[in-house]
Design a protein around this ligand. Structure first.
Ligand code: NAD
Length: 336
């Protein structure tokens, strides 16, 4: 048996913040990948990230990291408003990209990136890790195998255990774009195209959300193009842990996924365990699986998904849900 490993894929990692540090810690366990540079607007954060993965250097200049000749691939976990320029710079440098969701804050920016990636033939994957969670993958398998029959209803719940910093909220695009976009992605992935949305929102957790131009509690109703209906409930605080649930019901059966402790034990038969407190705990393995998949795609020259077009579909729903929230009416989605 050969002991020869492929040369490591050399990574520039941008954004060593709340989720970036988690990804960096995960990258240590992924074979044949070496983070060579960590960039963060804060030198202290960049240095912490670089130390964690024993990267050769830390910098406050993301462009120098992207254009570093020792870098093959760019991973991005900076605030959403920076994604457009950083993804574009990586594409123009000819380097494949994995970037945290959402791809951008506007459809115009996302379209620009989709076209730029297509023109330069650079793979760009967007981080919707729930698709890589084993239990969601099983729901997808059951739906595709027809075990649920014709899909009639989709129900999602996404509620943080405790709110992120209000400074993060101000740049996040709002709860529909920042948080419910995961549920919109699942709705598309599991059920299909969404035709219209109607949103109700309220500030019930912290008046600071109002000051930041956002709400902390939200309900979005969905009408799918195939006739199914859906509802997604979102929030920024629970007294019982990180509450992520999804239920898809069809003519033959339903599929249900819940975070441990989010529900009494009648959900999917699993006993209620200690509540999960955060995305990092609930989806710990999914974040690793999605990055392993991304690097495997690069090695095998297959196109990683979800790509920018997939991310645009969930962004379209999130933007329509935000418009509905603002205007108090149902909003139709302009699908391609
Ligand atoms: N998939 C998920 O479950 C999930 C969870 C949390 C956050 N996110 C996404 O990850 C991204 C980051 O979120 P976060 O909570 O880690 O934010 P954060 O504010 O904690 O971290 C962002 C880091 O990026 C740095 N930064 C800012 N501008 C920069 C620039 N131009 N170049 C380099 N570094 C820069 C900041 O100094 C900070 O350290 C957001 O897009 C968010 O939507 C995804």
């Amino acid at each position: 048996m050969s002991n020869i490993h492929p040369p490591p894929i050399r990574v520039a990692f941008l954004g060593a913040g709340r989720i970036g540090m988690m990804h960096l810690a995960n990258l240590r366990s992924i074979a044949d990948v070496q983070v060579v540079v960590v960039a963060d607007a804060s030198l202290v954060a960049a240095q912490s990230g670089a130390t964690l993965v024993a990267a050769a250097r830390a910098t406050v200049d993301p462009l120098s990291a992207i254009n570093d000749p020792d870098v093959d691939v760019v991973l991005i976990a900076t605030p959403t408003g920076t994604h457009r320029d950083l993804i574009a710079a990586a594409i123009l440098a000819g380097k494949p990209v994995w970037c945290e969701k959402p791809v951008a804050l506007t459809l115009a920016d996302a379209e620009y990136l989709r076209d730029l990636a297509a023109e330069h033939q650079i793979p760009v994957m967007i981080g919707y890790m729930r698709r890589f969670d084993a239990r969601y993958a099983e729901v997808k398998r059951r739906i595709d195998a027809g075990e649920l029959g014709a899909i009639e209803r989709f129900r999602g719940v996404s509620i943080d255990a405790s709110p992120p910093n209000l400074s993060f909220i101000k740049t996040s695009g709002g709860i529909c774009i920042d948080m419910l976009i995961h549920d919109f992605d699942l709705a598309l992935y599991l059920v299909g195209e969404v035709e219209s949305v109607h949103t109700w929102g309220a500030v019930l957790v912290d008046p600071g959300f109002h000051t930041a131009g956002d709400v902390d509690t939200v309900m979005v109703m969905l009408k799918f193009s195939n006739g199914a209906l859906g509802v997604i409930e979102g929030g920024r605080r629970t007294a019982w842990g990180y509450d992520i649930r999804t239920e898809v019901s069809g003519s033959l059966a339903r599929a249900f996924v819940a975070a441990p402790g989010a529900m009494p034990s009648d959900g999917d038969g699993a006993p209620a365990a200690v509540p999960t407190d955060s995305f990092a705990n609930r989806f710990g393995q999914a974040y690793i699986t999605e990055l392993i998949y991304f690097f495997d795609c690069l090695r095998s020259h297959t196109t990683p998904k979800p790509d920018i077009a997939d991310a645009m579909a969930s962004l379209r729903i999130a933007l329509a849900a935000t418009e509905s929230l603002r205007e108090g009416r149902a909003v139709r989605i302009e699908n391609d």
